[in-house]
Design a protein around this ligand. Structure first.
Ligand SMILES: Cc1ncc(COP(=O)(O)O)c(C=O)c1O
Length: 386
């Protein structure tokens, strides 16, 4: 929104909602709060950003500890008064296409990246048999839907250094393989592939097999110049790159993700989703605001890097083996007591998770410094009580 228009909007809100005539018209603290949001009051966080319980330390599902960017929040506030209108426009697709150097018809905005993964599996297996090749452990989105549809999953063990074994995955592709899932960086192990090796792999996969490169955590790569595989989708019609606004962009609650691929592949996927009507006015507004604030992404990544350094140092000093990651979380080997530790921490209002499919490992999402410290304090007391 142009700044002049934005000024007029603020004046309008102040006059209609906070003025005496406006109060009798609106008369609700919700409207006043909305007006205040548009006027950007100072915000004081009690504990974790976005949590109702000021005592809770939530480090369990890799949410952005800083919250959404201010421009995303302001953008949502501006659109609060337009929610009576259908959001039938392609502003977000156009902005994403411009940002990522592709055409708008190569973008499929989904209800989180989960919709991208789901429609890919559904469109692949609705009327065909086949199998999906994946690393193991790796993000279960595509593999679990493949199994829900009663198709096979071929799980290829990771390398000894917790990375995807691309050579072994290539060998696992057989005449029945329809899909390959490449989570990069990999969740739950946090390792990133060498870009040249990944590109070589993508070129080696037979063209009738679709490869999904899930880049949910790519912003957290140590090297800020680490390349996305988005450009390669312009050359290879069997590659879809999946992205999310739930992590570095910090709007998990509004459910925005997108897939980048050639239009023919996206069209097949869209037939199994709800393109155009899956988005909503506020999710589009938030995503546009978040995309426009790349400084917030950088702040988030810096915070994650500092948080990881703190967690590594503290946990290693306590004698634990940590896996250093290029993501927003840290897996730690704790042995057979993993679930007990998680339960005892939960009693102390610190929520963490198992590193899925990694027996004996817990996974800590990086939080604000005070949240990371709270985790370490609680972890020490749980450990000494075991
Ligand atoms: C690797 C990976 N892919 C995809 C998702 C799904 O995220 P969303 O549907 O919020 O975009 C997640 C969520 O944690 C994830 O870790």
């Amino acid at each position: 929104m142009a700044s002049g228009e934005s000024m007029n909007r603020r004046r309008f809100l102040r006059n209609t909602l906070l003025g005496s005539a406006g109060l009798s018209l609106a008369g609700s603290s919700i409207y006043e709060a909305a007006a205040q949001i548009v006027n950007t009051p100072r915000v004081e966080y009690v504990n974790g950003v976005g949590l109702d319980d000021p005592m809770l330390v939530k480090l369990s599902i890799n949410e952005n500890p800083l919250g959404a960017s201010r421009s995303a929040v302001e953008s949502v506030a501006k659109y609060l008064f337009k929610i009576n209108r259908y959001p039938f426009h392609t502003e977000l697709e156009e902005a994403l296409a411009k940002f990522h150097g592709v055409t708008p018809d190569m973008i499929f905005v989904g209800t989180g990246s989960t919709e991208i993964l789901n429609t890919l599996a559904l469109s692949t297996y609705f009327d065909r048999q086949g199998n999906t090749v994946t690393g193991f452990p790796s993000y279960p989105g595509l593999p679990s839907l493949t199994e829900t549809l009663n198709r096979q999953v071929k799980r290829v063990p990771l390398t000894p250094s917790w990375g995807l074994d691309l050579d072994a995955m290539l060998k696992a592709i057989d005449k029945d393989t329809r899909l390959v899932s490449v989570c990069n960086p990999n969740n739950p192990t946090g390792q990133l592939l060498a870009p040249a090796a990944l590109e070589k792999f993508l070129r080696a996969v037979p063209p009738e097999v679709v490869v999904c490169v899930d880049e949910a955590y790519i912003h957290f790569a140590d090297d800020p110049a680490y390349p996305s595989m988005i450009p390669i989708t312009k050359k290879l019609g069997n590659v879809v790159v999946s992205r999310t606004f739930s992590k570095a962009y910090g709007i998990a609650g509004l459910r925005v993700g997108f897939g980048v691929a050639q239009p023919a592949l996206l069209k097949r996927m869209m037939a199994y989703g709800m393109p155009d009507i899956n988005k909503n006015t506020l999710s589009i507004a938030a995503a546009l605001g978040a995309l426009a604030d790349q400084d917030h992404v950088k702040r988030t990544v810096r915070l994650a890097q500092q948080g990881k350094e703190f967690l590594y140092a503290e946990l290693q000093a306590m004698g634990y083996e940590v896996i250093k990651t290029q993501t927003l979380f840290v897996p730690v080997k704790v042995g057979a007591n993993a679930q007990t530790i998680i339960d005892r921490l939960a009693e102390r209002k610190v929520r963490i998770n198992q590193a899925f499919d990694m027996p004996g490992y817990i996974r800590i999402s990086v939080g604000l410094p005070r949240e990371n410290e709270a985790f370490i304090t609680a972890f020490k007391s749980v450990r000494s009580a075991l």
